[in-house]
Design a protein around this ligand. Structure first.
Ligand SMILES: [Fe+2]
Length: 378
């Protein structure tokens, strides 16, 4: 921001160039492209719908400034061939220069966790989330930061899960519909519906848009065994990057095939085992040996890829990452399905009842909810 006390002769000036202009900001002289500036004009956004109502392609030859100057804390630009004057607040330009992106309250650094973290998982009571926007905001923040949260004192009904999921967004359907029930089935369509152990996995990589945030509402769990196994895939992958950079690079740069077949389904999708965000940080994993299709990378790539893949799968099983705990009836564990790798120990089928009801909400919906709650709270 400019100093309001500067005398007129001291006010720094805007300098025009061929494709953009240089403007003095608090971080120094900054360059902005004319197309970017013309599109950044706040009047391009319809105040009612808050959507863009300006088509930059209608400016023949593209936007070029004929003159530009500063007026208090605003950049004014006159455009060649247009009678329109753009007025762009310097605060907007300043904020953009901080990271080169629009400010985003949902861009919170991940807090990585390892074994022993279960006791530190954020916990909320269902009624508190439903009654208080600030608790709901903390719940959403925990899911963005930690990728996991526990909701306690859940009402024992199907509707309770719907109400909880809707605190973050709409339930997104999968091949199983909007909801799924994990319990023993006579003709199971998924290993989850048996009493067998479930190896570490993320859910449904067989679908183009694998589910984002997963909810598992434990309605009952009185069986012997069946302990839950959770680990932070981002923490494990970052450790893998340290110990095995070549293997990390392979898993973060190739897509591999997954499938889910049944009488009425033949889902197939390619996914990347290690998912990176725009800052090159690990944002998630896709792991599921039981839904992994025949590898279709070239055989010479597989010479290196397969051993690296196996080294990573072995690392995921190391005690330093795994949290083992019993999901209690009346609780709901909520987690980022792309980040939290989960599994289950086998249980004795006739030793009691075990019923988890689940659903998913999109990761984008989670972040959208968090942003709107932050905005509402200030
Ligand atoms: Fe699962």
């Amino acid at each position: 921001m400019l100093d309001d006390n500067l005398a007129p002769s001291e006010i720094p000036t805007v300098t025009l160039a061929e494709k953009g202009l240089h403007i003095p900001l608090s971080s120094g002289s900054c360059y902005f492209n004319y197309y970017w500036l013309r599109d950044a004009d706040p009047t391009n956004i319809d105040p009612a719908t808050r959507e863009r109502i300006f088509d930059i392609t209608e400016i023949e030859g593209g936007p070029v400034a004929s003159s530009a100057f500063l007026e208090e804390q605003t950049l004014l630009i006159n455009w060649v061939g247009e009678s329109h004057v753009s007025r762009i607040p310097l605060t907007m330009l300043d904020q953009f220069m901080v990271s080169g992106r629009n400010p985003d309250p949902a861009m919170i650094p991940r807090r990585l966790w390892k074994a022993g973290a279960y006791d530190t998982f954020a916990r909320f009571e269902q009624s508190d989330i439903e009654a208080s926007d600030s608790v709901r905001q903390s719940f959403a923040r925990a899911l963005i930061e930690d990728g996991v949260a526990l909701v306690t004192k859940m009402e024992d009904s199907n509707e309770a899960l719907t109400r909880l999921a809707n605190q973050l967004g709409q339930v997104t359907p999968t091949a199983d519909g909007h909801y799924f029930d994990v319990r023993l089935e006579i003709a199971p369509t998924n290993l989850a519906y048996t009493a067998r152990a479930l190896e570490f996995h993320t859910d449904l990589p067989s679908e183009d848009a694998a589910p984002g945030v997963q909810f598992l509402h434990c309605r009952s769990n009185t069986v012997s065994g069946g302990y839950s196994l959770f680990l932070d895939g981002a923490a494990a992958a970052e450790a893998f990057r340290e110990s095995d950079p070549a293997g990390f690079e392979l898993l973060a740069s190739h897509d591999i095939p997954f499938f889910r077949r049944n009488v009425d389904w033949d889902y197939r999708a390619h996914q990347r085992v290690i998912e990176l965000d725009r800052d090159d940080q690990v944002s998630g994993l896709t792991i599921s040996q039981h839904l992994q299709d025949t590898m279709d990378l070239t055989q010479d790539v597989l010479d290196d890829y397969y051993p690296a893949f196996c080294r990573f799968l072995s690392l995921l099983k190391e005690d330093r990452f795994v949290n083992r705990f019993r999901l209690e009836g009346g609780s709901c564990i909520v987690f980022d399905n792309h980040r939290v790798v989960h599994g289950r120990e086998a249980f004795e089928a006739n030793s009691g009842s075990r019923h988890l009801r689940g659903c998913y909400v999109d990761r984008g919906a989670l972040r959208s909810t968090y942003r709107t709650l932050v905005k509402r709270s200030v």
